[in-house]
Design a protein around this ligand. Structure first.
Ligand code: SF4
Ligand code: SF4
Length: 241
């Protein structure tokens, strides 16, 4: 942390991504005392306070409790599939939706069977359902993956609508692309969680690009990559005037 006593005033945005491993004081509840100037507790404590009021809502509180219990009970033992099952059971959910990529339908079949084996009723919708041509959302033929033929748009808004109508209390995203998943989350009435995040290059293990960003996947960096990794968030790099 800077020795400048006004250092924290340089920050208007939280910058946890730059918190050194030796600090990370929020784990111990000591952010106010030990957090850096860009710590959320220093930058926007009133935002934290306002957000906390949402936990007065009984459903929000129950979801938060169930999440914490699943994390603790299955810590390093349960796969994410098992965590989803246990999470849904703790909340008393009966009906689960699967929003799947068309390329994941076989895996959706396995997931549906697993969920049914735990007593849940399951509805599932593939992204290409409805077969709506990509031209309907303004794509030109040359902008399709294979121009010249019919290509159905990925239809996450409709996936959400159908799972909403089916009364799904929890929806599981299986391999939806970036942006399509965003639309699904935006339109899903039920809680939604990701089981598989699509990454065609990394066998759906997108964290690999971060773990190998300085070696095999160095191409992920943009043209403004600095020679030396900055120690502070952007707001803290220039000297205050
Ligand atoms: S909340 Fe504060 S202490 Fe925790 S990681 Fe972010 S900056 Fe560090
Ligand atoms: S657009 Fe994405 S989610 Fe839809 S079929 Fe293609 S890969 Fe699957």
């Amino acid at each position: 942390m800077s020795s400048n006593p006004n250092a924290e005033k340089r920050y208007t945005d939280p910058g946890c991504a730059y918190c050194p491993p030796s600090v990370r004081a929020c784990r111990q509840g000591e952010s106010q005392a030990r957090g850096p100037g860009y710590c959320p507790s220093k930058v926007d404590q009133s935002g934290i306070n306002d957000a906390y009021e949402n936990y007065a809502d009984p459903f929000t509180r129950e979801v938060a409790r169930a999440s914490a219990l699943v994390e603790a009970e299955g810590y390093c033992q349960w796969t994410r599939v098992e965590e989803i099952c246990e999470f849904a059971k703790k909340l008393g959910f009966k009906k689960i939706g699967i929003a799947t990529c068309i390329s994941f339908v076989d895996l959706a079949n396995t997931l549906s069977g697993i969920l049914e084996s735990h007593g849940f009723t399951v509805a599932s919708v593939a992204c290409k359902h409805g077969g709506v041509a990509k031209e309907r959302i303004g794509l030109a033929d040359v902008e399709k993956i294979r121009p010249g033929g019919h290509e159905s748009m990925c239809n996450p808004v409709s996936q959400a609508e159908l799972l909403n109508r089916a009364g799904c209390e929890l929806n599981v995203v299986l391999g939806l692309c970036v942006g399509h998943d965003s639309l699904f989350f935006k339109h899903s009435d039920g809680l939604a969680t990701t089981l598989v995040a699509k990454d065609r290059v990394l066998a759906h293990n997108p964290v690999g690009a971060l773990q190998l960003a300085d070696s095999y996947y160095s191409r992920v960096w943009g043209p403004e990559k600095p020679d030396k990794a900055p120690k502070l968030p952007a707001e803290g790099r220039s000297k205050p005037s």
